[in-house]
Design a protein around this ligand. Structure first.
Ligand code: KG4
Ligand code: ZN
Length: 330
């Protein structure tokens, strides 16, 4: 039995959670900074770290009280996202968690953000067994990862430019839809025709399992410029979403053929996208595991789940691992 208190502050969400045995969420809070960053159309790093500092202490109190452990009784270990992410933001969570671990004399488990996303699927009722293929789709990452055993990863493909979530955010800005772009585009698409515009499916035949999303964004930009303000926003959003999701399906299918994967997991903020979930679950012919919606976007419960597995496997990263903005998973 292990109970992990975890912190996630890599970007614009302050997450604190307590999870038992890497599967059972006892308490979880996420304070989103969306409203603070919205007027800038994206995350402002300096503001993000200040905002984490402002709320992390109260959120921790709340989570401990929600869990019925107001003084940290019953906590076995403390984890925090160590990278990748915004350096100033990472430092807030890591320093806070380290100080608490020192004060309570508990082990500190530095945890990789993408590993957290991977382990978010274990917070669902139906969790996968290893090995599996993972499609990680977020604001910073678009990756196909072969996961042969816990903490044994091979990156099969990655984006050469923009991440898929980043392209949702940038296209939303072009369409004057609110930040973050993913949910806005999904909502606008509901009233649009996905076949209205034939946007490119980049690197369909080439590039191995790598992705490219900057051309798609540029195609949307040119379409809007040509339409001189007369484009139907819902149609553009729906056609963009169709193309973005199509590329994920094409490359995932290729990865399954290449690896013979028996099961797929999909994780990261874009895994909340309804069209993507439906298509992956309906078209691939292998079981597809997704995290509950609440654990797709950044949260600390997924960090606790990954840390729990590291403890269980005796594979925790060194306690003095420094925060790393560009930390690699392998
Ligand atoms: O995993 P996440 O919370 O943060 C990173 O690690 O980057 O992912 C955030 C990304 C944003 O780009 C956001 O627009 C996207 O996930 N996103 C979505 C949806 N919900 C969030 N993209 C498409 N459809 C959604 N429903
Ligand atoms: Zn993330």
């Amino acid at each position: 039995m292990s109970v992990v208190l975890a912190f996630e502050t890599s970007c614009d969400e302050t997450g604190v959670a307590i999870v038992r045995d890497g599967r059972e969420v006892i308490a979880n809070v996420v304070a989103s900074q969306i409203d603070v960053h919205r007027e800038f159309g994206g995350v402002v790093p300096e503001i993000a770290s200040r905002q984490h500092t402002r709320v992390i202490s109260q959120l921790t109190d709340k989570v401990l009280r929600d869990a019925g452990m107001p003084a940290g009784e019953g906590i076995d270990a403390i984890a925090a996202t160590i990278g990748p992410g915004l350096m100033g933001s990472l430092l807030v969570g890591v320093s806070f968690a380290r100080a608490l671990a020192y004060a309570w004399n508990k082990p500190f488990i530095p945890t990789h953000h993408i590993e957290g996303h991977l382990f978010s699927v274990f917070l669902a009722e139906e969790a996968p067994e290893f090995p599996f293929l993972a499609l990680v789709v977020s604001g910073g990452h678009t990756q196909l990862i072969q996961c042969s055993a816990p903490h044994e990863y091979e990156i099969l493909g990655t984006t050469r430019d923009d991440a898929v979530g980043e392209s949702f955010d940038k296209v939303a800005r072009l369409l004057d839809l609110p930040y973050p772009g993913g949910p806005s585009i999904q909502k606008a698409s509901a009233n649009g025709n996905p076949e209205a515009y034939d946007f490119p499916r980049a690197m369909r035949e080439k590039g191995g399992l790598d992705f490219s999303y900057s051309g798609l964004k540029t195609a949307v930009l040119y379409t809007l410029q040509e339409a001189k303000g007369k484009a139907n926003i819902a149609d553009v959003a729906a056609s963009f979403q169709a193309a973005a999701v199509d590329v994920l399906l094409i490359k995932t299918r290729q990865a399954i053929a290449q690896t013979g994967a028996q099961r797929l997991i999909v994780a990261g903020g874009v895994a909340a996208n309804k069209l993507l979930r439906e298509r992956l679950q309906g078209e691939l012919g292998i079981p597809v595991f997704v995290p509950p919606f609440a654990y797709c976007i950044d949260n600390a419960a997924m960090i606790a789940a990954a840390a729990d597995s590291r403890i269980r496997c005796g594979a925790a990263l060194p306690v003095d691992t420094p925060p790393q903005a560009g930390m690699s998973l392998v």
